[in-house]
Design a binder for this molecule. Sequence first.
Ligand SMILES: NC(=O)C1=CN([C@@H]2O[C@H](COP(=O)(O)OP(=O)(O)OC[C@H]3O[C@@H](n4cnc5c(N)ncnc54)[C@H](OP(=O)(O)O)[C@@H]3O)[C@@H](O)[C@H]2O)C=CC1
Ligand SMILES: O=C(O)C1=N[C@H](C(=O)O)C[C@H](O)C1
Length: 267
Amino acid sequence: MTRIAVAGASGRMGRTLIEASQQVNGIELTAAVDRRGSDAVGRDAGELAGTGALGLVVQDALDRVVADFDVLIDFTLPEATLAHAACCREHGKRMVIGTTGFTGEQRVLLDAASADIGMVVAPNMSVGVNLCLKLLDVAARVLGDEVDIEIIEAHHRHKVDAPSGTALRMGEVVAAALGRDLDECAVYGREGRTGARERKTIGFETIRAGDIVGEHTVMFAGLGERVEIQHKASSRMTFANGALRAAQWVMTRPPGRYDMQDVLGLD
Ligand SMILES: NC(=O)C1=CN([C@@H]2O[C@H](COP(=O)(O)OP(=O)(O)OC[C@H]3O[C@@H](n4cnc5c(N)ncnc54)[C@H](OP(=O)(O)O)[C@@H]3O)[C@@H](O)[C@H]2O)C=CC1
Ligand SMILES: O=C(O)C1=N[C@H](C(=O)O)C[C@H](O)C1
């Protein structure tokens, strides 16, 4: 049995994870935490998720429950995830991290924590998106520098980071396949008199609207034909189930940083 704690219990993903954890064999939800001062603190985690009382009270600090779980599943904000990583490192607890929007410096701090604990970090836990990452690598290698590459993503109105972590990972995969450095070739949200497209750039466009769960399209556009690789998530359950699969997988791994490609055996 893998005992999990959910950080950000009252969030969109937190509530979905609480629900999913009750449906997966081999997973037991044994702790839930949220931001200090949140209305969710002190409430029953199951009631918060709308699945009925579980007898598990949401706490306001991870160190209060650190003896109660094996793997922390964290879908919060970068600053909160880093604080949780420090706590998990100190107490030898494994992590599954879905949070996006980390700066380069924050990524380095996460890497440091993974020297001592097993950690799965992935901007997208769905099987479909991780399959798309493999397809993107093949498409970029076959189509090469002849095509213009644009990445379009759409999410709900509440999302606070852009482009999405998934779009950025897609850009990294395509750039690596073509021998480009994404930091140098990325172009974000064009506006005004831009001039003609520079051939080796990778463009990113962001849509924020309504309740869109998460949609990503990578366009490889040449002269006379265009290939598009697209993924549309219609339920957050796909991310939650991936995170629970990662939690079970990381229990058998030595310290280190892993991603969903490792979990799914796609590397
Ligand atoms: N990897 C993947 O597959 C996916 C990743 N994501 C990512 O997950 C993250 C969360 O997304 P989503 O659930 O929609 O966001 P929400 O804003 O709905 O949830 C975030 C939760 O974290 C809580 N929180 C903030 N600070 C802390 C803290 N210090 N300790 C504990 N909890 C805290 C928030 O509380 P409060 O609201 O009170 O501030 C909130 O409940 C985002 O970065 C998103 O991009 C999302 C879906 C899939
Ligand atoms: O914030 C979200 O909702 C999502 N965020 C992730 C990202 O930034 O890539 C993954 C998913 O598309 C949903």
